[in-house]
Design a protein around this ligand. Structure first.
Ligand code: E4P
Length: 212
């Protein structure tokens, strides 16, 4: 399973750049960076060798394609994030034969994911946390998308997104999702466990007691 970092903050990316497999951003995350958009994208793409998803803001297919072509020039690892919808699907269908990778985002239903794959999207991002904020079952959606993609042999990869806690990462891994994108605060919890810390302390204390 590949683990992406869901942020546009350079300091968070710098802290983990050597171990993460990619980065996802969105306009809200870019706003938190508080710096010129293009500059931030360039820096992230230099720091990370894996895919870096950057979202378009146009609402019509031709505007999305125009933005995507410009963003794709920034670096080889830029992936264009496109909101699902008829216009988004049209944009993905245009970009795919040009070799511009896409991540279809804001996916909340299995048929939206089906459309994304049919259009030739490289990635699809179901937002599990936002579904569960409304008492839905985000992981059931992931499971359905994985089943549909398997049924038809689609190459589109699922990025489990809108992750809220460690359990989402565990559930995504148990379902065999190929990628999860994790915010920094949750990411830090993936390394730690109180029993690990306690165990290290005890081992070190015992080690100190050994006569040398
Ligand atoms: C994914 O690509 C999105 O950037 C992100 O996971 C959305 O998460 P949120 O629901 O916490 O905003």
């Amino acid at each position: 399973m590949r683990i992406f970092l869901d942020t546009a903050l350079i300091e968070e990316i710098q802290a983990l750049a050597d171990i993460i497999d990619g980065v996802t951003t969105n306009p809200s995350l870019m706003a938190k960076a508080g710096r010129p958009f293009r500059e931030v994208v360039e820096e992230i793409c230099q720091l990370v060798s894996g895919p870096v998803s950057v979202e378009v803001t146009a609402l019509d297919a031709s505007g999305m394609v125009k933005e995507a072509r410009e963003l794709a020039k920034i670096a080889d690892n830029v992936v264009i994030k496109i909101p699902i919808g008829k216009e988004g699907i049209r944009a993905v269908r245009t970009l795919e034969p040009e070799g511009i990778p896409t991540n279809v985002t804001l996916v909340f239903s299995p048929v939206q994911a089906l459309w994304a794959a049919k259009a030739g999207a490289s990635y699809v991002s179901p937002f599990v946390g936002r579904i569960e904020d409304r008492a839905g079952d985000g992981m059931e959606l992931v499971s359905q998308i994985l089943q549909i993609y398997d049924n038809y042999g689609f190459g589109t990869e699922v990025i489990v997104a809108s992750v809220r806690h460690v359990k989402h990462v565990v559930e995504a891994a148990l379902l065999g999702a190929p990628i999860v994108t994790v915010p920094y605060a949750v990411m830090m919890k993936l390394f730690d466990h109180p029993l690990t810390e306690e165990g290290i302390k005890r081992f070190l204390a015992d080690w100190e007691g050994i006569p040398r």
